[in-house]
Design a protein around this ligand. Structure first.
Ligand code: HEC
Length: 482
């Protein structure tokens, strides 16, 4: 009789195929040319683990009801041992995850790693991006402070502007028509149950495919003269795939082992990211403003910084056109991402030889950069605007509209009357974009508004001029008399 081995390794081998698993996952080769740019996906997954661990700790103390949410978050920061560090890590981790996932996407795009045979890996990656953004949007509400409440109010309002189904979507997002207790539990369930589950599943598929296909070879090595000669010989795409995998195997054999070489690089980058998060958490902590006050309509909401470009984009589509900025343009961008590997099917991976792809990406990057910068620059001032400033030409034109349409209710210098409130205080806290929308259609900005809308009587240009003028009314004497 054969004596059976009693080693743990053998036991695991028999029960779980341990050595096969280790060979497939760890003792694989990574092809030639794979460097530090390839570590970002691992770093993003690592930050997700940090979010998971810190999130579990936060969930032990957090109470998802409007009455207790804010206090429980404050309690974590003030009383729980290491609570403020854990909250800080979770807060900065969410930004880091967005940054890393987007950076990973940019690298994959630049290296054209989405091309055959990695289309499905790309699609799952887009899914991970969407989930990451959904995590951030739902998590923003949970502290239930002013920032959380009003930013989510604006965010869910945007959803409501989508034509035809807007009202329905708004009610689904809020769990009712108003932002309240059911919104909070809904967001909490998404944030802690549904999104982590979805992310885990998709991430597992994504990583499995990365291992299955192997990491892509950098374009500079892949698209060579030899490859061009091969291309000439095979025209048909089914065979093309086989030729490609044969070529890939050559690069892979010449590469480095994942364990311990490449994983050491991945871990080194992950440690750097973690140390950065720890420094941010210790030095800056996580912000917590005053508790949410649904009656404080003078609060000016600002979204998280990586949503600023979208927020800014909406300013160019005021009133009835808002859905273009909310749904249409982001929808087109999303569709373009999804279809990318199916539209761009050439085997050329060098960016310099992909003119359409590089043009579009430069345009997109410039656009997002421009929108984010202009949003940052137009951050509403914390102090009341200076009085008696001289009016610009646009504001003077706006004053004539104001005198024609608005004085009857708001008074000659915005001091108010029995038919309308003073605009002096409003001008101090609202930006022109808000006033623009309010003049066009007050009921869209405040459900119970009594003021008539001017969308039919004034042109877009006139509304904008009036809004610019009204903005100067802040202060006791107002600019109107200057
Ligand atoms: C028929 C009276 C009436 C006229 C005309 C009128 N408003 Fe108003 N306005 C109101 C009332 C009432 C409110 C208070 C909020 C509400 O119920 O809509 C208001 C509120 C506002 C607000 C403040 C929104 C806020 O956040 O509190 C702004 C800004 C404003 N009006 C601008 C204008 C401008 C500009 C015009 C001229 C184009 C104008 N209004 C014409 C009655 C009027």
């Amino acid at each position: 009789m054969v004596k059976r081995s009693l080693s743990l390794g053998q036991w695991l081998e028999d029960r779980a195929g341990a050595s096969t698993l280790a060979r497939v996952v760890l003792f694989r080769n990574v092809p030639l040319g794979v460097g530090v740019l390839y570590t970002l996906g691992f770093a993003a997954a690592f930050v997700f683990m940090v979010q998971l661990l810190t999130g579990v700790v936060l969930a032990l103390y957090y109470a998802p009801t409007p009455d207790h949410a804010y206090d429980s978050v404050a309690y974590i920061g003030e009383r729980v041992a290491f609570g403020s560090i854990v909250r800080g890590l979770h807060h900065w981790g969410s930004s880091a995850m967005v940054v890393l996932v987007v950076a990973h996407l940019v690298v994959v795009f630049t290296l054209a790693a989405y091309k055959r045979p990695r289309e499905v890996t790309w699609l799952l990656g887009i899914g991970l991006l969407v989930i990451t953004l959904a995590f951030s949007f739902t998590g923003y509400l949970l502290p239930w402070d002013e920032k959380a409440y009003w930013a989510t109010n604006v965010g869910t309002n945007m959803v409501g502007t989508v034509p035809f189904i807007g009202d329905f979507l708004l009610r689904v997002a809020r769990g009712g028509t108003e932002l309240g207790a059911s919104t909070l539990t809904r967001f909490y369930a998404l944030h802690t149950l549904i999104l982590p589950g979805a992310l885990f599943l998709i991430l597992a598929g994504h990583v499995a495919l990365v291992i299955w296909h192997g990491v892509s070879v950098p374009p500079s090595l892949w698209n060579t003269e030899r490859e061009a000669a091969e291309r000439l010989r095979e025209a048909e795409s089914a065979r093309g795939y086989q030729v490609e995998s044969a070529r890939y195997a050559v690069f892979k054999r010449a590469g480095r082992p994942f364990w311990p070489d490449v994983i050491a690089e991945d871990l080194a980058v992950a440690v750097v990211v973690f140390v950065a998060l720890l420094i941010l958490a210790l030095a800056l902590g996580a912000p917590l403003e005053a508790p949410a006050d649904p009656t404080n309509t003078s609060y000016i909401p600002r979204p998280e910084w990586y949503f600023l470009f979208l927020f800014q984009l909406l300013r160019y589509f005021p009133g009835q056109l808002e859905w273009i900025g909310v749904a249409l343009l982001p929808g087109i961008a999303f569709l373009a991402l999804v279809l990318l590997p199916f539209l761009d099917r050439s085997t050329e991976r060098r960016l310099s030889r992909r003119p359409i792809a590089s043009t579009i990406s430069v345009l997109l990057a410039t656009g997002v950069g421009f929108l984010t910068t202009s949003a940052l620059l137009s951050t509403p001032p914390a102090v009341v605007e200076e009085r008696n400033t001289r009016l610009t030409a646009v504001q003077i034109v706006g004053r004539t509209h104001y005198r024609q349409f608005c004085v009857s209710c708001h008074g000659t210098s915005g001091e108010g009357s029995s038919d309308g409130p003073p605009l002096i205080d409003v001008a101090a806290v609202r930006d022109t974009a808000f006033m623009h929308s309010y003049i066009e259609e007050p009921q869209r900005m405040a459900r119970s508004a009594l003021m008539p809308g001017f969308i039919g009587q004034m042109s877009h240009q006139e509304v904008e001029e009036t809004a610019q003028y009204v903005k100067t009314l802040s202060g006791a004497s107002g600019a109107a008399r200057s």
